[in-house]
Design a protein around this ligand. Structure first.
Ligand code: PDD
Length: 287
């Protein structure tokens, strides 16, 4: 079955789906995106993803491409047309098409929208969670506005590739003071000796992850303590557990950082339990 993409008002097979060569996303990475999990045919936490998309758009002064209800329909319809029962929906909005010039185009340039959907094999995710992720650390070389989910992801691409070349699954960025910020496409967490969950504050230096927010909800419900503070690589290596969160991985235990095994080198019980309970806490759309 050919995959179907939504591109600026039309559903097209991928082989025919294209954007203009002067799309500002293509030329300047002048755009934003969201990745939303699809689980049992439902969009997971769509309202929060759409709220973050709107915030990213407004921080960059990009117009909203369509009313919220219409975009919600397109996300569902793209998942449906691709028969995605479990997987991910990707939505990208750029400032639109205009002759190349760094400053914003004048006049009424319509934002450009692409939505794709792909299935994910749930068993592979579960198998990964049983093995756990290996993480490498890399200097954080991103711009200051990582709170905006921008498609300008070159540092993230380079970090993930560095991890891959070392046989790892994720790279954790480390700031100039030696503190972990977040992963190349995930938020970073550790669990201390008292069972407290520690993750960097989202006030600065990281993306305010939706999966991260759900873990906050879960912790509140189940009486786990969360401490929002930065932690060093050394502290992480000595932690009882470590894990990452993202729509694409949900809660994923980390078993190794650089060459150091975490805890006993197996996925931690708190991370595993959070993973198991995760979907009891999320908002599931009605499609
Ligand atoms: N990435 N930090 C970064 C840098 C990310 O790119 C992501 C998500 C997260 C986690 O956010 P959330 O829980 O809302 O997915 C944190 C997506 C999945 C991606 O780029 O594919």
């Amino acid at each position: 079955m050919s995959r179907i993409a939504y591109v600026n008002g039309r559903y097209r097979p991928h082989r025919d789906a294209a954007v203009h060569i002067e799309d500002r996303g293509y030329q300047f990475a002048d755009g934003v995106y969201e990745v939303c999990e699809v689980r049992d045919g439902h969009l997971v936490d769509e309202p929060r993803h759409m709220a973050r998309l709107n915030r990213s758009l407004s921080e960059l002064d990009i117009r909203s491409p369509m009313p919220a209800g219409a975009l919600s329909f397109v996300l569902r319809e793209t998942a449906r047309r691709n028969r995605v029962h479990d997987g991910l929906v990707y939505v990208q909005v750029t400032r639109g098409v205009a002759p190349r010039d760094h400053a914003f185009p004048g006049g009424e340039v319509a934002p450009a929208v692409v939505v794709t959907a792909k299935p994910i094999n749930r068993q592979i995710g579960e198998a990964n969670a049983e093995t756990g992720f290996k993480v490498v650390t890399v200097p954080d070389n991103r711009w200051d506005r990582v709170d905006i989910k921008s498609v300008s992801l070159l540092p993230n691409v380079m970090a993930k590739q560095a991890a891959k070349l070392k046989g790892a699954n994720e790279a954790w960025y480390v700031d100039a003071d030696g503190f972990v910020t977040e992963g190349s496409s995930t938020n970073a967490w550790i669990v201390d000796g008292e069972g407290r969950l520690i993750t960097r504050s989202a006030e600065h230096g990281i993306l305010r992850g939706i999966t991260r927010a759900v873990v906050f909800d879960l912790a509140r419900r189940d009486g786990l303590e969360i401490v929002e503070r930065a932690f060093t690589v050394d502290e992480a290596k000595q932690a009882r557990e470590a894990f990452v969160t993202a729509a694409s991985t949900v809660v994923m235990p980390v078993v190794q950082i650089d060459e150091t095994p975490i805890g006993n080198g197996a996925p931690g019980s708190i991370a595993t339990e959070l993973r198991e309970k995760f979907h009891t806490m999320v908002h599931l759309g009605t499609n």
